[in-house]
Design a protein around this ligand. Structure first.
Ligand code: NDP
Length: 347
């Protein structure tokens, strides 16, 4: 069967595409331009006609997906802006919300045989910053970021603007689904991942344009020999988040398409919590080590300083285990892959 993957040129989208192709699906990947599509058609050329691209210049435009949705059995809606440089929150909220509603409306109008739409939301739509540590579940919604953006507008922090965009987009998806449930042949599954790390296989012009989560990890792991690590010891040993390997997340997206019981569910997929120092320790402990290029050095930070750290945000992942049978890669596997990219791409 055939699946439409939006944002196929991105860090996660290309892995979702690759995983589906490996499982025997045909994939149509959306790209913003023919030139961006060329990298993908080259990358997936061994799949011949099983991979094709569709040009969707801007997901926020009305009817942007009207053609792309035609004839597919499933949709993986991955595209949404994830950067932390928006001045006006609408730069993120616009494409996030209109892209999600747009693809659902196009599917409603133009695909009478569609079976399922999987949407990549985020733990950003789940978590709130609270004084006490909390284990969040699918019942939790990030109302806090939405409220802060409403109150502060441009003055809200960049991460708050992003979190609000993901919350509003997911909320819009569920409202759409509730409203149209009775008239559609398909259902909706939402996947909520935390920070995503792992091997980068999409086109990246230079390290400056690397996707946000991969870039954040490399900033912590690598210390340019001329300057100290960007984070203070205190930040390294006390702050972090939860994580998942991009390959596991892609597997989760494939399962979300296939498992009947996933229909209508919001599912958090997370391998567990970290503080940034943990990743440095994992990188330092790799055996055999990854031989980095001469201009890059592994950071040292405060070895072992993350042990016993209080993880303020954790997730209950029972549902992902029960419904999707999720299994997670080790931290070593993820970090080795991320460092090998530094070698092969010359970052
Ligand atoms: P990337 O920036 O690598 O990918 C984003 C993709 O969306 C790109 O293909 C991008 O195209 C496309 N896109 C963004 N805005 C538009 C637009 N207006 N019109 C058309 N295409 C657009 O980020 P990720 O792969 O990390 O993110 C993918 C999804 O995963 C997003 O929904 C993100 O919110 C979610 N997510 C990511 C996490 C992470 O840690 N990486 C964590 C949780 C959720 P182009 O490159 O051409 O701009």
């Amino acid at each position: 069967s055939k699946v439409l993957v939006t944002g196929a040129t991105g860090f996660i989208g290309i892995w979702v595409t690759r995983t589906l192709l490996e499982k025997g699906y045909s994939v149509r990947g959306t790209v913003r331009s023919a030139s961006k599509g060329k990298y993908l058609t080259d990358y997936f050329k061994s799949y011949g006609e099983k991979f094709e691209t569709a040009i969707v210049e801007d997901i926020s435009k009305d009817g942007a997906f009207d053609e792309a949705v035609k004839g597919v059995d499933g949709i993986e809606h991955v595209a949404s802006p994830f950067h932390l440089k928006a001045d006006d929150p609408q730069e993120l909220i616009g494409p996030a919300v209109n892209g999600t509603l747009g693809i659902l409306n196009s599917a409603l109008r133009n695909n009478p045989t569609l079976k399922r739409v999987v949407i990549t939301s985020s733990c950003a739509a789940v978590l709130e910053i609270l004084p006490e540590p909390k284990v969040f579940s699918e019942l939790d919604w990030n109302k806090q970021s939405v409220q802060q953006v409403e109150e502060q507008g441009k003055a809200a922090s960049n991460i708050t603007k992003y979190r609000a965009s993901k919350t509003l987009a997911e909320r819009a998806a569920w409202e759409f689904y509730e409203k149209h449930k009775a008239e559609i042949t398909w259902d909706v599954v939402v996947i909520n991942p935390p920070f995503v790390f792992g091997p980068v296989i999409h086109e990246v012009a230079s390290r400056d344009t690397l996707n946000t989560s991969s870039s954040d990890l490399l900033k912590v792991l690598l210390t340019p020999s001329t300057s100290p690590s960007a984070m203070s010891s205190e930040t390294l040993t006390t702050t972090g988040s939860c994580w998942i390997d991009v390959r596991d997340l892609a597997e989760g997206h494939a399962k979300a398409l296939e498992v009947p019981d996933a229909g209508g569910e919001r599912i958090i997929i997370s391998a567990g919590p970290y503080v940034w120092q943990d990743w440095i320790d994992v990188a330092q402990g790799l055996s055999p080590p990854v031989a980095l290029p001469a201009h890059q050095k592994l950071a040292v930070g405060v070895p072992g300083g993350g042990k016993g750290a209080v993880h303020k945000i954790q997730y209950d992942t029972a549902k992902a285990g029960r419904i999707l049978g999720m299994k997670y890669r080790s931290r070593e596997d993820t970090i080795r892959a991320a460092l090998e990219d530094v070698v092969t791409r010359g970052w």
